[in-house]
Design a protein around this ligand. Structure first.
Ligand code: C5P
Length: 229
């Protein structure tokens, strides 16, 4: 790929590994667009719950995914997620929406229906995409691929603190069991299971700070795109 093609950085990994934080920091540091693909699955999960669609009904979910009226607007405090004109930025962060997202995400036709929407984010000046299958399925040509992990205990703790900071109720034991349930569902599904791309840099950030993770990624970017740094 040409050194001048838009840079695409993919960050995949299990729930709560810190992908979102790292993706946001990279996007502002390098001036790249941002795709939070989990938000798309969360919006779909929420839309299905609102309409009473059974979360495993492939036909209904595929139709819902194909016609999903969702916008990601850049707002002062981050991205505003708008479903059918309704700001759902906060609602999609609940455990209920996350759980629904992980169930609908296992339905293969849903993933195909959302593929183009995700690929459309890859435009100049470039993109940081975070999710589960960014490096394996959605952007297999990406030059910089990261697979970010951390122990389940550490991820549950981080999620718990994040939810509390946002003013949601949170119980660590419940969150840990949800993290384990989601890990199992995300890694064991047949459609785009969570796994590192063969050419991904795997980083276990259990004992790393955000800045240490960023240092490793910057070093990788430097080897791929020396002119960008
Ligand atoms: O990353 P986040 O926790 O917001 O994602 C919610 C759910 O959406 C995940 O548990 C996962 O099942 C699903 N997902 C996915 N593929 C992606 C992003 C998220 O299957 N690329």
């Amino acid at each position: 790929m040409s050194e001048y093609a838009p840079l695409v950085i993919t960050i995949d990994g299990p729930s709560g590994s810190g992908k979102g934080t790292i993706a946001k920091r990279l996007s502002s540091e390098y001036g790249l667009r941002l795709l939070d693909s989990g938000a798309l699955y969360r919006v779909l999960g929420l839309a299905a719950l609102r309409r009473g669609v059974v979360l495993t009904d492939a036909v209904a979910l595929e139709a819902l995914a194909a016609s999903l009226d969702v916008r990601f607007d850049v707002a002062e405090d981050g991205v505003q997620v708008v479903l059918e004109g309704d700001d759902v930025s906060r609602e999609i962060r609940t455990e209920e929406a996350g759980r629904a997202a992980s169930i609908v995400a296992a339905v293969a036709p849903v993933r195909s229906a959302l593929l183009k929407r995700q690929r459309d984010f890859s435009r100049p000046p470039g993109l940081v995409a975070d999710g589960r299958d960014m490096g394996t399925v959605v952007f297999p040509e990406a030059q910089v691929k990261i697979f970010l992990t951390a122990s389940a205990d550490e991820r549950a703790l981080r999620r718990c603190n994040q939810l509390l900071a946002k003013g949601f109720d949170a119980n660590l034991a419940d969150i840990l069991s949800d993290v384990l349930e989601r890990d199992a569902r995300d890694t064991q599904r047949t459609a785009a299971p969570l796994k590192p791309a063969l050419d991904a840099l795997e980083l276990d950030c259990t004992d790393l700070t955000v800045d240490q993770v960023l240092q490793s990624i910057r070093a990788l970017i430097l080897t791929k795109r020396p002119r960008l740094v």
